[in-house]
Design a protein around this ligand. Structure first.
Ligand SMILES: *Cc1c(COP(=O)(O)O)cnc(C)c1O
Length: 254
């Protein structure tokens, strides 16, 4: 028997309601209100039906890590013409964030299709994004990605680097960029408590930078993934990025 309404993610609703309870509990433990944390559905590696099914359950913020992959899904969901020159945000009530590393040569395309870039990690990329957004007569929200570990494979600005200071100094002149805060991905560890010091360090770095650069907005802290979001919320996360906890394991390696 085939059902035309058959869902690609039959457990999504159940997963979402369990996650909601866990977010609420973490907020309560840390004396925060539920609406101080938002939930991003990370749909990378899944078909565009992940976006559709999550949207139908009320999710509004989506994370994708590759320009080309999202460009294809976006065309599937919204039609080919939408991937040409329509400025972000695509739909006022839905946000699509880039959460993977962005090469400078793809900056213009990224500004066209994403509503926010959460992985700004160099001055060169900031200039490219600023130019692309200015050309499109829009402003693009950005987060600075900070690398708090010494893993070679990861991107992100080192917290004590000259490049981070340079970016902070020059960001006010890049008027098409709207800085909103910081993001980080701690090293993976099965023990979720291992991530806690990284989350605490990102918050402390934010507080230091806010004191040094009072004109810049650093309100958002994007931190916490499927296995460690409870701890991230306790340490001040304002947006958790969940893939596996919502949709199950990704079919392809990412
Ligand atoms: C893949 C990814 C996530 C989601 O990871 P899960 O463990 O599946 O929740 C979150 N953030 C970033 C930057 C990612 O690349």
């Amino acid at each position: 028997m085939t059902d035309s309404n058959q869902k690609a993610f039959p457990f999504l609703k159940e997963n979402l309601s369990r996650i909601e309870d866990e977010i609420t509990a973490a907020c309560q433990r840390s004396g925060r209100t539920r609406n101080s944390v938002s939930l991003m559905a990370v749909t990378k590696g899944h078909s565009s039906s992940a976006i559709q099914e999550a949207a139908s359950l009320g999710l509004r913020v989506f994370g994708e890590n590759r320009v080309q992959e999202f460009q294809r899904k976006r065309a599937e969901l919204f039609g080919e013409e939408s991937s040409a020159m329509s400025p972000a945000p695509l739909h006022a009530d839905r946000q699509f964030h880039l959460i993977g590393h962005l090469q400078s040569n793809k900056a213009a395309r990224a500004v066209e299709i994403f509503s926010a870039i959460d992985t700004l990690d160099s001055y060169r990329l900031a200039e490219r994004l600023n130019q692309a957004a200015a050309n499109m007569k829009c402003r693009i929200p950005v987060l600075l990605e900070v690398k708090l570990s010494h893993e070679e494979a990861k991107s992100g600005l080192a917290p004590d680097s000259a490049e981070l200071s340079e970016l902070m100094e020059r960001l006010p002149d890049l008027t098409a960029l709207e800085l909103r805060g910081l993001m980080t991905v701690p090293p993976y560890d099965e023990d979720l408590e291992a991530a806690r010091p990284y989350f605490a360090r990102l918050r402390a770095l934010r507080d230091d930078l806010s004191a040094s650069y009072p004109r810049l907005n650093l309100a958002d802290l994007s931190m916490g993934m499927s296995h460690d979001f409870r701890v991230a919320i306790e340490e001040g996360s304002t947006q958790v990025r969940l893939g596996t906890a919502l949709f199950g394991r990704r079919p392809r390696a990412h």
